[in-house]
Design a protein around this ligand. Sequence first.
Ligand code: NAD
Ligand code: DAU
Length: 348
Amino acid sequence: MNRKKILITGGAGFIGSHVVRLFVTSYPNYDIYNLDALTYAGNLENLKDVEQASNYNFVKADITDASDLNKLFKLYNFDSVIHLAAESHVDRSIEDPLSFAKTNVLGTINLLESFKMYSDFKKGLFYHISTDEVYGTLGETGLFKENTSYDPNSPYAASKASSDHFVRAYGETYGLPFVISNCSNNYGSFQFPEKLIPLFINNIINLKPLPVYGDGNYTRDWLFVVDHAKAIDTVFHKAKIGETYNIGGHNEWKNIDLVKLLCSKMNKHLNRAAGESEKLITFVKDRPGHDLRYAIDASKIERELGWKPSLTFDSGLEKTIAWYLENETWLNHLTSGKYQEYYDGQYK
Ligand code: NAD
Ligand code: DAU
């Protein structure tokens, strides 16, 4: 039987590593190729448990390098692509929008081109993993639906919106079979400690200030990363070609309430007195262009494909905290060296 060759880009990152793990272990009849440039956010330590699997392959490559991609597509003739590689952190996009345009926009176009030129693409699928940030911001009420107009505010969101548009344009223009999903904020193991939850866990462990932007009354919808990976599996196998699916946790939290919850859970884990970690909360200068609220209507993927989140926020957060406490070496590797430069620049 012909084994399917599935290319997963960005598989050494946070969400990508969970997707690679799920596909390698659930589909022994697929050959999984993880293509990743191993930027600061990519870490092969995230995949130690699957790196010996016979259906797992790692390819170090940069999606901004079109000729390298063409060579790889010629060589491997991939059947389908699940595209996660990206610059993913909003704060970094404010400092350096160009690298977001290069990786997220040009990198995506390079992949689309290589897939179109060197694969039997009409028989496969190009699946773009995107974000709810393309929709911009909500006020106090309402939910993002699949037909909500694009209205991105940060350079990161603008780059993801643009890459979504290119994927759809390849569908319309060249008949590329594609699917896009737009997901809310993920949390869980292996997340780089620049994002809110792992950054604050690390700072609580080390008794460092917890920098809450503005008044902390910004709202995000949080989803456990393993549930996102399962949603990606569901969409990849069951979605209708050319469709978009919103993915979310039905789990809205104001940042300040989430931070207080995290502090109280960490106090228990670290045997600290009630209220101790809360003393680290420090309100700092707001993020420019900070979106007020994201919230997802995920009824389409539930109704049409049968996916819904499996974990409560309480148990997901408990698992996450336990993982970071058990994996302090992983955290220490990442938070030494260059991380400190980033941290000092961002939170000076
Ligand atoms: P991440 O920053 O943890 O990982 C990104 C990965 O992409 C890293 O392994 C990195 O090495 C790789 N990469 C970056 N530039 C590359 C390049 N030029 N060539 C090849 N590889 C490159 O990101 P994440 O949080 O895991 O997000 C993965 C995807 O999911 C992104 O497309 C992001 O926009 C999307 N997304 C993220 C979230 C979230 O909450 N984190 C939510 C919705 C959608
Ligand atoms: O909504 C999906 C998006 O979620 C993904 O597409 C992005 O890749 C991912 O980074 C995430 O974006 P956010 O900007 O929402 O995530 P972040 O963890 O950076 O911030 C979450 C909220 O916490 C946001 O309102 C900003 C705030 N925040 C963040 C940091 C890092 C703080 O108050 N202080 C901080 O130090």
